[in-house]
Unconditional design. Structure first.
Length: 952
């Protein structure tokens, strides 16, 4: 025994206290559960009651609308004198309502009336005025359907609006309204609850403090108003409504705020008050009954338990005194004494006391046998020590065979131990180990300084471990990159502090890193620097030139026709061509200049030794010269030229990115100039190129944003001078540049592959406009639409034409399609079949710009065309150039023989008109009659020429 005095508490009392705690806890949990269940039932009951009351209120409001509708239907039946013929029926009704309204108001049928004419203008109102939207009144008048609504401002009024008929005709709208007081007091007669109506009060005018509410009506107001004020002081208001419980004057009240149905959120609330004190008292009484019954049960259980535990407790007390013999090793004596314990009351069989005696006997036997096992355990521990010795020897051998350098050294770097792999790598033996210092094995001074700094922090306890890198040379002189991990040994020998250093040979990884670094800055195909490395060098050169006030030039080089070589001879030949081309360019520059591959077939040259543009031009000329010689790639002789763009710092840019960009722009300018040349960066041409690019981007958005418009130029019969058709000409209403003619954007559309959607839009718009004119009664005429060559070649040509006709409802004989001579003659296999189909559909086909291209008579005879248009370039020289006049006469004669109708474009003078008319031209188009007109202007033109009657 340790002699420490500890307080003793009998097992009897421990069981008694534990049982009391358990029974009280169980009873408390049961009481808590019962209380919780009663509260939940009460809350559910209250929720159902509140929902029923709110439903009853809202239902009463709904039912009251019917009574209000009946009152509204009775008002127009007021007996009004018919002698007042000088005033309107509405005025007579207004007078009648004025005479009878007080009587209606006294009876409670209505509290307000409003009379409106057929234009939703108020003729008169009686009682409370409520603002109603004019469109709602107009809707009642137009639809002849009643309107009912609930409006809450300073009061709540429900109203019904109905259309009224007087003297057999619809005259206006009558609206009657009634307050909600009748609903509140009707419901009050049916229930014991108090009911009220709360409205959202104007700023600072509320009755309920921070709640901002105004009590409009309330039953038992003298008492209930105090309850509502007390509630607003104690609790915060939820705009969504809710149920609140308030303790007031020793009573408990439940107050329900429910949003009024049919009004704006937060505008009005039903207020329902109920005294729930009796319900809460019943819950408390039920809880007290549970607690009293539980207390009685606990006392009864404790008395019975005390009687039952008396004898077992006495038995345990005797047994506990005898157990002390086991601690003294008196096992036999203990068994002799304990064997005398037995249960004399075996009427009901054995119990825990008998089992405890048996367990005590077995325990003494087991403790006695433990003494015999101690010797065996001692032998086992000795065997374990020998096994640990073998394991230590195994680990020592493992360290010597591991491919790691494992050494121990002191703070100064003196070696104390090195494993076998380290001895071989460092070319050491056991005799020279003690004489070797680790610092002396490091090859560079920076490695030594880093080692001393890092290990100093380690040995001072500032770092748990440190890492260093170094280079070791083996006995053959081979270089090894070693990554070291140094850690301080916790258990050092004697007074000397040692550190453990483990080195891993990372030579292969270092070589891979150097290779990756090279690849990150070079093009693997040509082994020249790449774009990133070139940019870094360019920026460095610019900064150096800036400080020296010198120049730096950039040449941007692109191989001409390289794609043809790549596509025809294969990528392998293309790659070899790039390698040889890079060598030729590199031979043209100095050693301190730099050649880089930008990507694809583009190269860039950095000239750091030029003084001005002339020096850069010399290098550019030299590069052009060397590319005049053909390349021999395998068995192929390849001739490839280059286009070179030149930019100079600081003349053309102040930073590297802009300098490369401008050289790139100059290269494209060289390509535009015919390739195989160099071009100095020109700001003005760059601006023109940028404007063209911007206009192309705007065109794409312009098509999407419907910025395109059509103008129509009349086509006049040469004999009758009546309009027989119009040509649709597209214009672009640019947001900033104004109205643009086709020559500004049609080439861009063809270049950007936008000509197809643009042409389809023109076709659909022209067909829809032509159909609209036909519905307006214009003379019989056609609308002519130009088809671009890409449209004719496109697979959707026929379907797009048919879709335009179907969508607009235009007959095919009102549509004329103009095709370009050059494209039709150049690709007859693509065009003839499609044009023949369109002509068979009833569409008129015209050959546009005849005389400017092939003008092949053999093809003209075979093509499925109905009309031929003489280009304005011939018409403008009538009276000036005899050759042009002869061509026109021959064309007209030929068309007459072929049965083709001829349209003359660009007729602007009387002489031109007379010439064309005298030589048999049927249709005239030009400024002599009219310029291109908008759709509305064309209608004015028809009216002014007497071909269309003006609308009155």
């Amino acid at each position: 025994m340790d002699g420490t005095h500890r307080s003793f508490l009998s097992l009897r009392w421990k069981i008694f206290i534990l049982l009391v705690v358990v029974l009280v806890g169980v009873q408390g949990m049961y009481a808590f559960f019962s209380l919780s269940q009663l509260n939940d039932q009460f809350k559910l009951q209250r929720k159902q009651i509140n929902a029923a009351e709110v439903a009853r209120l809202n239902g009463s409001v709904e039912a009251s609308y019917q009574r209000l509708l009946e009152a509204a239907e009775l008002l127009p039946l007021i007996d009004i004198s018919q002698d007042q013929d000088s005033i309107t029926p509405l005025a007579r009704l207004s007078q009648g309502i004025s005479l009878k309204f007080d009587a209606y108001q006294l009876t409670g049928s209505v509290n307000a009336a409003y009379l409106y004419d057929s234009h939703a203008r108020m003729v008169g109102f009686w009682g409370e005025k409520v603002h109603v939207k004019e469109e709602e009144i107009q809707q009642v008048y137009d639809t002849e359907r009643p309107l009912r609504k609930l409006v809450c401002t300073s009061i709540c009024i429900r109203y019904v609006a109905i259309p009224i008929q007087l003297n057999g005709s619809k005259q206006g709208v009558l609206m009657v309204g009634r307050f909600l007081y009748d609903v509140i007091y009707d419901i009050k007669q049916q229930t014991t609850l108090d009911i009220g109506l709360a409205l959202k009060a104007p700023e600072g005018a509320g009755e309920l403090g921070s709640w901002g509410l105004l009590i409009n009506s309330l039953t038992n107001r003298s008492q209930n108003h105090e309850l509502l004020e007390q509630l607003s002081r104690e609790q915060s208001f939820d705009p969504a409504g809710g149920s609140y419980v308030l303790a007031y004057n020793d009573r408990h009240y439940e107050i329900l705020y429910s949003p009024l149905k049919g009004v704006n959120e937060g505008a009005a609330y039903w207020v329902v008050l109920d005294d729930i004190s009796g319900h809460l008292l019943n819950i408390r009484q039920s809880l007290m009954s549970y607690l009293l019954m539980g207390a009685g049960g606990i006392l009864t259980a404790l008395v019975l338990l005390s009687l039952l535990l008396e004898k077992p407790i006495r038995f345990f007390s005797l047994l506990s005194k005898e157990l002390s013999q086991l601690s003294r090793g008196e096992f036999s004596e203990f068994r002799q004494v304990v064997s005398g314990f037995h249960n004399r009351e075996k009427l009901l069989g054995q119990d825990e006391r008998d089992l405890l005696v048996q367990s005590a006997m077995r325990l003494s036997e087991q403790l006695e046998s433990l003494e015999d096992e101690v010797a065996e355990r001692t032998d086992s521990l000795e065997k374990s020590r020998q096994a640990l010795t073998k394991e230590r020897d195994f680990l020592s051998g493992l360290l010597d065979t591991a491919p790691l350098v494992i050494i121990t050294q002191n703070r100064k770097g003196d070696l104390r131990s090195v494993n076998h792999f380290g001895l071989q790598l460092m070319d050491l033996d056991g005799g020279s180990l003690r004489k070797t210092n680790f610092i002396n094995t490091l090859q560079r001074e920076d490695e030594r300084q880093d080692f001393l700094a890092q290990t100093g922090r380690l040995m001072d306890g500032l770092e748990p471990e440190v890492r260093t890198d170094s280079v070791l040379l083996d006995c053959l002189g081979h270089r090894h990159d070693i990554s070291w991990l140094h850690a301080r040994l916790r258990h050092s020998r004697g007074d000397e502090s040692l550190m453990l250093s483990i080195g891993m040979d990372i030579s292969e990884r270092k070589r891979a890193e150097r290779r990756l670094h090279w690849l990150a800055n070079h093009d693997p195909l040509t082994e020249r620097p790449n774009r990133l490395f070139f940019m870094d060098c360019l920026n460095d050169a610019i900064e150096k030139s800036r400080s020296l006030s010198s120049s730096v030039a950039v040449l941007f080089i692109d191989l001409d026709r390289f794609k043809e070589v790549n596509d025809s001879l294969g990528h392998q030949v293309g790659d070899q061509l790039l390698m040889v081309a890079a060598k030729r360019i590199n031979d043209c520059i100095r050693e301190n200049d730099l050649l880089a591959r930008q990507g694809g077939d583009e190269f860039s040259v950095l000239l750091t030794s030029v003084r001005d543009l002339e020096g850069a031009e010399v290098v550019a000329s030299k590069i052009l010269q060397v590319f005049q010689q053909p390349f021999w790639i395998g068995e192929y002789e390849i001739v490839v030229t280059v286009s070179v763009g030149v930019s100079l710092f600081p003349d053309h840019a102040d930073d590297g990115s802009s300098l490369i960009k401008h050289a790139d722009v100059a290269m494209f300018q060289a390509k535009d100039a015919g390739k195989n040349c160099y071009y100095i960066y020109d700001v003005e041409k760059d601006h023109q190129r940028f404007e063209r690019f911007s206009l192309g981007a705007d065109l794409r958005k312009g098509i999407q944003n419907n910025e395109l418009v059509l103008h129509y130029q009349p086509q006049i019969d040469a004999v009758t001078e009546k309009i027989v058709g119009v040509e649709a000409l597209v214009r672009w209403q640019h947001p900033t540049a104004g109205l643009l003619s086709p020559d500004r954007f049609i080439p861009l559309a063809e270049e950007l592959d936008l000509i197809i959607p643009l042409g389809e839009w023109v076709l659909k718009e022209a067909c829809q406009q032509m159909q609209a004119w036909i519905r307006q009664g214009v003379p019989d005429m056609k609308v002519a639409v130009n088809l671009a060559g890409q449209q004719i070649a496109h697979e959707r040509l026929i379907s797009s034409v048919e879709e335009a006709l179907e969508a607009s409802g235009l007959s095919a004989d009102h549509l004329e399609l103009e095709v370009t001579e050059n494209f039709v003659i150049r690709q007859p296999e693509v065009t003839v079949g499609k044009l023949t189909y369109l002509r068979e559909r009833g569409i008129t086909l015209a050959m546009d710009d005849f005389g400017t291209g092939y003008s092949s008579l053999s093809y003209l005879k075979k093509l499925p065309i109905d009309r031929l248009k003489i280009d304005r370039s011939f018409v403008k020289d009538i009276g000036i150039d005899r050759d042009d006049e002869s061509i026109i006469k021959a064309t007209l004669a030929m068309c007459q023989s072929l049965g083709l109708v001829v349209v003359a474009e660009g007729v602007e003078t009387p002489d031109q008109l007379s010439f064309m008319r005298d030589n048999g031209c049927q249709i005239i188009q030009g400024y002599y009659y009219s310029k291109p007109l908008s759709a509305d202007q064309l209608m004015d033109f028809l009216v002014s020429t007497g071909q269309l009657q003006a609308e009155v």
